[in-house]
Design a protein around this ligand. Structure first.
Ligand SMILES: C[S@@+](CC[C@H](N)C(=O)[O-])C[C@H]1O[C@@H](n2cnc3c(N)ncnc32)[C@H](O)[C@@H]1O
Length: 227
């Protein structure tokens, strides 16, 4: 069972005994997610466009990236289409203990999400869909390697698997190539890893890879652009 932990900015993360890793940086889960993922795909710029924004996340976990990304869409009429894959969907009981929604002032939509999670029929095969106002979240419950990724469909990809040594299947050239195809031209893939092997694998797929300064506790991270 994953354990709840407090990080440096007061937001929760989980520790997975199975992977021997926390889901986020111990220096600050919210701080890290904003810096690595939202800034990594330039969400602020995407918000200025007059179109539905489509994001894909590999490793939904606690849903922190989803809630942070969803927040600006909850005011106004811009639409977010969020696609996520998760092999081990957390039980409602764990979601309900996380403090992310409270810290982000999202109690109401999070309450709707918890009710959705509680009523979810996990025996029902296929993608689960959560809708709230202008948000649409499509969750594929299973191995990311088995999911379908529509080509040229996403403005941004959040690659938030566990680290390459613990979760190697999600950092392989074959899998990254599928994420490359899922992105629209001009789209960005954001990840917290800056390993040389990841950089090389992304480059081999055709991405233009850039190092950028990391959040607290991490010198560098990567952002990969699809020309
Ligand atoms: C670093 S944690 C996720 C952090 C998450 N984005 C969050 O904000 O909480 C990595 C996630 O990837 C999931 N995962 C690992 N291997 C997977 C696979 N092959 N397919 C789908 N999900 C996987 C784990 O269950 C875990 O939830």
């Amino acid at each position: 069972m994953d354990e709840l932990r407090l990080t440096g900015d007061g937001s929760h993360t989980l520790y997975s005994p199975e992977y021997g890793q926390t889901y986020h940086s111990r220096f600050g889960a919210i701080e890290e997610s904003r810096h690595v993922f939202l800034q990594g795909v330039r969400l602020e710029e995407l918000l200025k466009r007059n179109e539905t924004v489509t994001l894909l996340e590999i490793g939904f976990g606690t849903g922190l990236n989803f809630w942070l990304s969803a927040r600006p869409f909850l005011t106004g009429n811009r639409r977010l289409n969020y696609r996520a894959v998760e092999a081990r969907l957390l039980p409602g009981e764990i979601f309900s203990r996380l403090n992310h929604a409270r810290l982000l002032g999202l109690d109401e939509p999070f309450g709707a999400f918890l009710r959705w999670r509680t009523d979810l029929d996990e025996k029902n095969p296929g993608t689960h869909s959560f809708r709230y106002n202008t948000l649409r979240m499509e969750l594929f419950p299973g191995d990311a390697l088995q999911a379908d990724y529509a080509e040229n469909s996403c403005h941004g990809v959040y690659l938030d698997a566990f680290s390459p040594d613990k979760n190697p299947e999600l950092w392989s050239v074959d899998f990254l190539q599928r994420l490359y195809r899922a992105l629209k031209p001009g789209g960005l893939l954001a990840t917290y890893s800056s390993r040389r092997s990841v950089r090389e694998a992304l480059t081999a797929c055709g991405f233009c890879v850039e190092k950028r300064p990391g959040p607290r506790g991490k010198r560098e991270i990567l952002s990969a652009y699809k020309p």
